[in-house]
Design a protein around this ligand. Structure first.
Ligand code: CS2
Length: 494
C-alpha cells in the first residue's frame, strides 16, 4: 500500500480528490480572532463555523490564531505547524457514514508557555478584534459555591507579582488589554464558549476582579470598552483515537496526526454584543439573540447534566461509552425521568424551543453508535462540571420543593466512584480530575462520616445541612456501600 498523503497546504489539491478542502486563499488571511484553548471542541465548532463562512468567500479578515497556555498544548502546536495548521474534521453519522473535510480557518498558533511575549503581541495587534475562549469549566478560576475569584491559586499569585510573566488567561488578557489601551488601540471582544451559565458575564466579572487588584484605571477602561457576549455552544466532540487516525489513512489515504471527530449536530447561540465587529456568522446558521440565558440553562441542565447522569452511573456499572449507557433501557428510563421530573420544571418556557423535542433529540444524539463518546471523557473534571450541570439543579429543586432523588443518586455514586476508584465489578476507573486527591480523601472518610464527601462546601454549598437532601443521599449511599447493583438502585428510584 502506498503511503498516505501528508496533510499540508501543498498537498491540498491531491487531498481534494477524496474530500472537501478549503476553497479559499489562506495565505492572505488577516488574523482577526485569537482563540485561547484549542481543543477538539474549538476545532469542531467555532473554527468549523468560520471555515464555512470562508468557503462562502467571506471573512478573510477573521483568520484564527490558536493559543495554548498549557504544557501539553505543545503537541498540538507542533502537529498543526507541520500541517500548515490544517486538520480534518470527521463528522460521524449514526448510520455509520463518516464525512471528512479539511478545515482551514486556523492560520497560526502560539504557545504561551514558551513564547508569552508573542502571545501578548498577537492579542494586542490591532487586527485582533475577537478573543474567544474554550478554557474549560475549571479554567475560570472561581469558587462554584460563592462565585468568587480564587486569589489563592498560585498561578494567579505569581501573575499579581509579575505582570510581565503571565501564565493564566487572566494574566495574558490583562497584559494585552493594557498594551492596547496604552497604545490608543480599540479593545477586543472577549467571547466565552465554555459550558458555564452566563459565561460572558462570568469571564467579565472574574477578569475585572483580577485587574482591579492591580490597576483600577485599567479595570475601568476594560469595563467600558470590552464586550463580553454570553454564548451557548453545542456539538458532541469525543476524544480522537488512533482508530480515527488509521481510518483516515486507510480509507481516505490522508495522513493527519490529529484529526477531530464529532457528531453532525451543531449549534451556537450568541448575544450580539461585539466591541470591534464580528464575522457575519448568521449566514452559516449562528443564532443571534438578545439574551442567551434560557438557551444556556437549557443546554447545561439537560444535555450536559444528562451526560453526567449517564457518565457517573455508567462508570460505576462498568459501561465505557455513552451509547452503551443509553442502549440500556434502565439507563434510558432513568435519564428520561431525571430530565422530565427534575431538570425541566426549573427551566420555564424558552422562545422558539419545544423542550419535549429537544429532549428527544438528546436521546438520538447520545445513542449515535458511531461516536463512541467515552464515559471517561464525560466524567473527567467532574469537580468543575457537576456544580454547574447538576448540583445547581438540586439546590433549585430543594428551594422549590421539587424532586431531587434522580440527581442525588449521581452524587452518591460520585462519592463511591471517588472512594473506590473502581466500578462495581472491581475494574479500575480512569479518573481525571484536578481535584482528584481532595475528592478521594473526602470520599474515603465515608465509612466514619456518611456526609464527609458532601462536606466539601466549595462543591456542594450547604447540601450537607439540608435534612431532605441528607435523608435521600444517605439512603442511596448505604445501598451503594452494601454493594447493591447500581441498576437495581436506579430501578427502585424510577
Ligand atoms: C460534555 C460536553 O464535558 C462534558 O461532560 O457534556 O463536553 C458536551 O459533549 C458538549 O458540551 C456538547 O456540546
Amino acid at each position: 500500500m502506498k503511503d498516505a498523503t501528508q496533510l499540508n497546504q501543498y498537498n491540498l489539491l491531491e487531498v481534494g480528490k477524496c474530500m472537501p478542502v478549503p476553497n479559499y486563499n489562506r495565505s492572505s488571511d488577516k488574523i482577526g480572532i485569537v482563540h485561547i484553548g484549542v481543543g477538539g471542541f474549538h476545532r469542531a465548532h467555532q473554527a468549523y463555523y468560520l471555515h464555512k463562512l470562508r468557503q462562502l468567500g467571506e471573512a478573510s479578515n477573521w483568520g484564527i490564531c490558536g493559543i495554548g497556555l498549557r504544557e501539553p498544548d505543545a503537541k498540538l502546536e507542533a502537529i498543526l505547524k507541520e500541517q500548515d495548521h490544517l486538520y480534518t474534521l470527521m463528522v460521524k453519522h449514526s448510520n455509520g457514514k463518516i464525512e471528512p473535510e479539511v478545515v482551514g480557518s486556523i492560520v497560526d498558533f502560539e504557545l504561551g508557555t514558551t513564547n508569552p511575549e508573542r502571545v501578548i503581541a498577537r492579542l494586542a495587534n490591532t487586527d485582533t478584534k475577537i478573543v474567544s475562549l474554550t478554557i474549560t469549566e475549571g479554567g475560570y478560576n472561581f469558587n462554584p459555591t460563592t462565585g468568587d475569584f480564587n486569589f489563592n491559586n498560585p498561578d494567579i499569585q505569581h501573575e499579581l507579582q509579575h505582570s510581565q510573566d503571565p501564565i493564566t488567561v487572566y494574566g495574558f488578557l490583562t497584559a494585552a488589554l493594557k498594551r492596547r489601551r496604552d497604545a490608543g488601540f480599540p479593545a477586543f471582544t472577549i467571547l466565552s464558549c465554555d459550558n458555564i451559565e452566563h459565561n460572558g458575564d462570568m469571564i467579565r466579572k472574574m477578569l475585572l476582579t483580577f485587574v482591579k487588584r492591580q490597576n483600577e484605571d485599567l479595570a475601568k477602561w476594560i469595563a467600558q470598552e470590552v464586550c463580553f457576549p454570553n454564548s451557548m455552544v453545542d456539538r458532541i466532540t469525543p476524544i480522537t483515537t488512533q482508530v480515527d487516525i488509521d481510518t483516515l489513512a486507510q480509507k481516505y489515504n490522508l495522513a493527519d496526526a490529529w484529526p477531530v471527530t464529532c457528531e453532525p449536530f451543531i449549534q451556537w447561540v450568541v448575544e450580539d454584543k461585539f466591541s470591534n465587529g464580528r464575522p457575519s456568522f448568521e449566514k452559516i446558521g449562528v443564532q443571534f439573540v438578545p439574551d442567551v440565558g434560557p438557551y444556556e440553562k437549557m443546554k447545561l441542565r439537560l444535555l450536559n447534566a444528562g451526560h453526567s447522569v449517564l457518565g457517573i452511573l455508567g462508570a460505576i456499572h462498568g459501561y465505557h461509552t455513552i451509547n452503551n449507557c443509553i442502549e440500556d433501557e434502565i439507563f434510558a428510563n432513568y435519564l428520561r425521568a431525571f430530565l422530565d421530573e427534575e431538570a425541566t420544571p426549573i427551566l420555564g418556557d424558552i422562545e422558539g424551543i419545544n423542550l419535549e423535542d429537544y429532549k428527544d433529540s438528546l436521546f438520538e444524539r447520545f445513542a449515535n453508535p458511531n461516536i463512541k463518546d467515552s464515559v471517561s471523557r464525560i466524567c473527567s473534571e467532574s469537580s468543575a462540571k457537576l456544580p454547574k450541570f447538576l448540583i445547581a439543579t438540586i439546590h433549585e429543586n430543594l428551594a422549590l420543593g421539587g424532586s431531587i432523588k434522580f440527581a442525588t443518586l449521581v452524587l452518591a455514586a460520585w462519592c463511591y466512584y471517588s472512594d473506590k476508584e473502581t466500578d462495581q465489578n472491581g475494574q479500575a476507573l480512569k479518573i481525571m480530575d484536578a481535584m482528584h486527591d481532595d475528592l478521594h480523601h473526602a470520599a474515603s472518610q465515608t465509612k466514619n462520616d456518611s456526609l464527609a464527601f458532601m462536606k466539601q462546601e466549595n462543591l456542594f454549598g450547604n447540601l450537607a445541612e439540608n435534612e431532605n437532601f441528607i435523608r435521600t443521599y444517605t439512603q442511596m449511599l448505604q445501598e451503594l456501600y452494601k454493594n447493591n447493583e447500581i441498576k437495581k438502585i436506579m430501578q427502585r428510584i424510577i
